[in-house]
Ligand binder design. Structure first.
Ligand SMILES: Nc1ncnc2c1ncn2[C@@H]1O[C@H](COP(=O)(O)OP(=O)(O)O)[C@@H](O)[C@H]1O
Ligand SMILES: [Mg+2]
Length: 326
């Protein structure tokens, strides 16, 4: 017992010293890690990374995880910066035109009819800007995940017939033959306004990127697996294979220079919005194209559960339709 009493304080002292040494050697790299992370995430240094060797195995793993996180932050900040730059650029062009139009209208030597025409053009430019701002708002809300999809039963057959009538009118103006090859019925739980916007986006693209004398075909057909597809096929300018992966990206256009000239094209947001609408309904949009030959855009949407029983009952004829349609 005597020796125990003598040895005990030594043991306590020794273990205290040991734990102090361990804690010290552990807290020093942790402090370093914290300082590094704070320095990197100050907003301007997201390109920097933590060192790969942080002393212990666990700390190094933590460092690697943090590096992954910083990389993802860097990517999304980059995308945000690009989006803001593109959006400002797109707004700048119509603003410049608008200003010039108004100045023309206000010129002391401008005649009444001249002034009127300048104002007319100013009005058109304002409409273009409203479109752009609408699209930007739609995408911003979609990003925040707070976009209201008002779900209700939507009969796609009736909607596509309606879209087709609009397409015929647009086609007549552009000298393009618009036809409907298949029109089946199908019910969706969805937002009628948004679905219409999605279909019209694809139809107006098909007409816009097809020259006079070409043709556009619409089809609405049920698919096996409780889905329905809306297809827009055109004989237009097509998209190069290398460009195809980018068509759904924001502000992407095959030929940006075209929008500078007399014929002003869109902003390159239509397909991004279309893809978002499809995703919000549990569906998707796909694109196939051959440069100089034409394009096929297909929207695939899940049918409303209340419409799926009918699908199963007539599944053999559906298979026939799928084959004859493709
Ligand atoms: N049917 C099509 N045929 C050929 N190119 C197309 C077609 N649809 C879309 N594109 C290409 O994809 C780009 C992006 O389309 P979109 O997002 O609708 O933007 P926008 O029509 O406003 O330019 C277009 O600028 C065009 O280059
Ligand atoms: Mg478009």
């Amino acid at each position: 017992l005597g020796t125990m009493l003598v040895v005990f304080p030594f043991i306590v002292l020794l273990s205290l010293g040991a734990s102090y040494a361990i804690a010290g050697s552990a807290s020093e790299p942790v402090d370093r890690l914290i300082n590094e992370v704070a320095a990197i995430t100050d907003g301007r240094s997201l390109h920097r990374r933590l060192p790969s060797d942080l002393g212990s195995d666990e700390l190094s793993r933590l460092g690697a995880t943090l590096n992954d996180m910083i990389a993802r932050l860097e990517t999304s900040f980059g995308a945000l910066r690009r989006f803001t730059a593109d959006a400002s650029h797109e707004l700048k062009t119509p603003l410049t035109v608008l200003r010039a139009d108004v100045e023309r209208a206000m010129h002391p030597n401008a005649e009444g009819s001249e002034a009127m025409q300048a104002l007319e053009e100013a009005l058109q430019e304002t409409a273009r800007m409203s479109d752009l701002v609408d699209s930007l708002l739609t995408l911003a809300r979609a990003d925040e995940g707070r976009f209201d999809i008002h779900r209700e039963p939507v009969e796609l057959g009736a909607m596509v017939r309606d879209v087709y009538e609009t397409a015929v009118i647009l086609g007549e103006e552009a000298g393009i033959d618009v036809s409907m090859t298949v029109l089946e019925e199908g019910r969706i739980d969805g937002d009628a306004r948004r679905l219409r916007q999605l279909f019209l986006n694809l139809v107006t693209n098909a007409i816009k990127y097809t020259s006079r004398g070409g043709k556009v075909e619409l089809a609405l057909s049920r698919r096996v697996g409780a889905e329905i597809s809306f297809t827009v096929r055109d004989s237009g300018i097509g998209i190069a294979a290398g460009d195809l992966p980018y068509v759904f990206e924001r502000f992407w256009r095959a030929d940006r220079s075209r929008s500078r000239g007399g014929e002003r094209t869109g902003f390159g947001l239509g397909l991004s919005i279309s893809q978002w609408i499809a995703h919000a309904h549990g569906g998707r949009v796909t694109a196939q194209s051959r440069l100089g030959r034409g394009s096929v855009f297909t929207v695939i949407l899940p049918l409303a559960p209340s419409d799926r029983a009918v699908q199963a009952a007539s599944s053999t004829s559906d298979v026939d339709r799928v084959f004859t349609q493709s």
